[in-house]
Design a protein around this ligand. Structure first.
Ligand code: PLP
Length: 391
């Protein structure tokens, strides 16, 4: 990198649209090296291709995920677009297999863009009750021989954790490329590339940036060929993250493990409080022994935590009673725990599940909560008092 003018310890925000190339040979060298993801100072050309502030944030993320490379994009969905588009070759390719419990935006992308517009053969793999069955998965993979298998480490909103190591090895046995969206688990709980996944995706809008003030996405991997294709597609489709967002993301990444560990602690405590309340019928949290994925989560996360998300359902004899209790709870708590359709923010926040995913999860009493990293005693007090006020 060009010697900086002052002794700043940070990579500055390089707001250049185009970079100075000094002479014709430098320019030719830079343009010939475009897709190599090279970080030499004279090789920066144009910020939509590559930007030093973005590269600095990418270097932080690749360390976190144990990846050879990381590429930042403008949103989680644009990371998904890049990763999908570099594999999608046309109508003649093998089917793609998506786990059914994944982010709704990804399902919509697969349906509307991959299937309806690009003509891909899209299949879905559903849990058996609330657990994915590896045997059923193998039967399906053997039959359809997918090119891509796509899953999330922890699903939304039921927080199902597949036996991912099994899923990866079965996928590999039948020649599939494995994509893992690791947004909910974060690399603090599991690093999918270390266990053979090919591509890891994050909505960096969530835990990686962790302050609810940036929309960003990232693709991580080890394979050079995938890297080159992603670099090219990101450039052609214009998915590059801005230098300003990358600077803030980089700063916020410095506190990643501190923040997220605190979120895991708060989530575990909130789950325990909810579990004790007579107003709550059920709590979904992988750290609880009665969660259907508890064993998978213990095996995969090795006691590093169970994530920052908790889902619960209000008690009631019928849907109407549950809905009423939910609405009273929201009214009591909403000044402190706001309804915000995101996750991983500093403050604990919530979403009424049926209002967002009613077609799939119509239960009116369900709330999905994203634990913040606020003071543990303070958030426990808020939850305790709000539940008490329901009486
Ligand atoms: N993946 C997961 C698991 C998500 O929850 C989201 C968004 O909520 C996305 C991807 C898409 O990310 P973004 O909203 O940053 O585009």
């Amino acid at each position: 990198m060009k010697k900086r003018d002052i002794n700043s310890s940070r990579v500055p925000v390089y707001r250049d649209a185009g970079f100075e190339l000094f002479d014709a040979d430098t320019a030719a060298g830079a343009f010939n090296n475009e897709t190599n993801n090279d970080r030499e100072p004279e090789l920066y050309i144009y910020s939509r291709y590559r930007n030093p502030t973005v590269v600095a944030a990418e270097e932080e993320i690749l360390k976190l995920e144990g990846a050879a490379w990381a590429l930042l994009t403008q949103s989680g969905m644009s990371a998904i677009d890049v990763a999908f588009s570099v594999f999608q070759k046309g109508r003649e390719v093998r089917p793609w297999l998506f786990f059914s419990e994944i982010y709704g935006g990804t399902i919509t992308f697969a349906d509307f863009i991959l299937k309806q517009k690009r003509g891909l053969d899209i299949h879905s793999f559903s849990p058996d009750g609330e657990r994915y069955d590896s045997g059923q998965f193998e039967t399906l993979v053997k039959k359809i021989r997918p090119e891509i298998v796509y899953l999330e480490t922890v699903s939304n909103p039921m927080l199902i954790v597949p036996d991912v190591k099994d899923i990866i090895s079965i996928s590999k046995k039948y020649g599939a490329v494995v994509f893992v969206d690791n947004t909910f688990a974060t690399p603090l709980l599991w690093k999918p590339l270390e266990d053979g996944a090919d591509v890891v995706i994050h909505s960096a809008t969530k835990y990686l940036s962790g302050h609810g003030n940036i929309t960003a996405g990232v693709i991580c991997g080890n394979d050079d060929d995938i890297l080159h294709r992603c670099v090219e597609y990101r450039k052609y489709a214009g998915h590059m993250l801005s230098a300003d967002d990358a600077y803030r993301l980089n700063t916020q990444l410095k506190t990643f493990s501190l923040r997220v560990r605190q979120q895991f602690i708060n989530a575990a405590g909130i789950a325990a409080l909810l579990k004790q309340s007579p107003y709550i019928a059920r709590v979904w949290y992988p750290g609880l022994k009665d969660h259907p994925s508890h064993n998978e989560a213990v095996k995969l996360f090795l006691n590093k935590g169970f994530g920052g998300m908790v889902t619960f359902d209000f008690a009631g004899k019928n849907k109407d009673e549950k809905r009423k209790l939910r609405d009273r709870f929201i009214k009591i708590v909403r000044e402190s725990i706001k309804i915000i359709p995101s996750l991983g923010d500093p403050r604990t926040m919530m979403l009424p599940v049926a209002s967002v995913w009613g077609a799939k999860y119509p239960e009116p009493g369900m709330i999905r909560l994203s634990a913040g990293f606020e003071d543990t005693e303070e958030i426990f007090r808020i939850i305790r008092e709000s539940l008490k006020s329901l009486g």
